[in-house]
Design a protein around this ligand. Structure first.
Ligand code: G3P
Ligand code: CA
Length: 321
């Protein structure tokens, strides 16, 4: 995943021999470094009271929670547009979550629905529309007049915007969309996505997620170093989330947030699998997820349309600057 070993090579904490050590090593390198003071203080208290308590954080203790801006932060700017991406960058989120489809002429574009009607001035299927025609559509006015002129961006344009911004910490969470209500993507969908990510030099900072597990399997077959996430709808809960994630060859479990209980989180964490629930917009739901263990394993995160709210919740708990 995104941690590094002593030689500076990227490592997958799921495969690390000592997961706690991996987590704390990478944690020490992160923006949450100041929180390391906390276990240190616990240790001092333990020594001074000679209690028998072991001074390491319990599995359910939140240490760091990645903020994923859902569709770029869909409550704050028109989803899946460059305006949303720039807003997410300005908010200093950890991940920008975006949805991918393919145009008629084979370009990977950033849009949620298989059809154009809800978020653009166009009509019909994305997959049946040429890129030049997609780029003539307005993808911002439906959200607010001040976003008029926003376009359906290509994946390449988004990657370029991230690079131009110059933030070498922000990461991407890209969803390969397979919608049974529309025409299927081309059989080389995953190759097209990985090509773009690789060309931008962002492979080490990108998660590929999907509800369509064959897509994840394909991504891993093409590049086993890419971090992947298995999405699960609350309408379709897995019997055994750990087995589910492993069958998908995923590194991360990303369920609808109502599927997340303490038992589920602990089972995933015992297997070294981070949990990244979606789409969590109410502070009370964010708080509940922290109390059931989200944040106890490095890579845990919360996907939200309101990254601003999540950042506030985390700051109030001392989990973010
Ligand atoms: O990242 C998970 C979430 O994005 C899945 O739902 O429909 O918003 O793509 P959706
Ligand atoms: Ca998505």
């Amino acid at each position: 995943m995104f941690a590094r070993n002593a030689s500076g090579q990227e490592m997958n904490p799921g495969k690390a021999k000592n997961k706690y050590e991996m987590k704390m090593t990478s944690f020490a390198r992160s923006r949450h470094r100041h929180l390391l003071a906390y276990p240190g203080m616990v240790l001092i208290a333990w020594v001074s009271t000679a209690s028998a308590i072991i001074a390491v954080p319990s599995l359910a203790q939140a240490l760091s929670v990645d903020v994923h801006a859902h569709r770029g932060g869909a409550a704050l700017a028109p989803e899946n547009t460059l305006a949303a991406v720039r807003n997410a960058l300005a908010l200093d989120v950890d991940f920008i979550e975006l949805d991918l489809h393919v145009s008629r002429d084979g370009t990977v574009v950033v849009i949620h629905d298989a059809t154009l009607e809800r978020t653009t001035t166009g009509r019909g299927f994305v997959r049946e529309t040429a890129l030049a025609d997609l780029q003539r559509l307005d993808a911002g006015r439906w959200f607010h007049a001040r976003f008029a002129g926003e376009r359906v961006p290509t994946l390449r344009e988004v990657l370029e915007a991230v690079k131009v911004h110059g933030d070498d910490r922000v990461r991407l969470n890209l969803e390969t969309k397979y919608d049974a209500r529309g025409p299927a993507p081309p059989s080389n969908f995953e190759e097209l996505v990985l090509e773009q990510v690789r060309a931008a030099g962002l492979s080490g900072r990108t998660i590929i997620q999907s509800f369509h597990y064959p897509s994840i399997v394909r991504v891993k077959a093409l590049d086993s170093s890419i971090t992947t996430a298995a999405l699960r709808s609350p309408l379709n809960p897995p019997l055994d989330p750990v087995a589910d994630v492993r069958a998908a060859r995923a590194d991360i479990y990303s369920p609808g947030f109502r599927l997340v209980t303490r038992e589920v989180v602990e089972a995933l964490h015992r297997a070294g699998i981070p949990v990244v629930p979606w789409t969590v917009n109410e502070p009370a739901d964010m708080e509940r997820l922290l109390t059931v263990g989200i944040g106890a394993l490095r890579g845990d995160g919360i996907i939200t349309d309101h990254p601003d709210r999540l950042i506030q919740v985390l700051r109030a708990r001392g989990l973010r600057r």
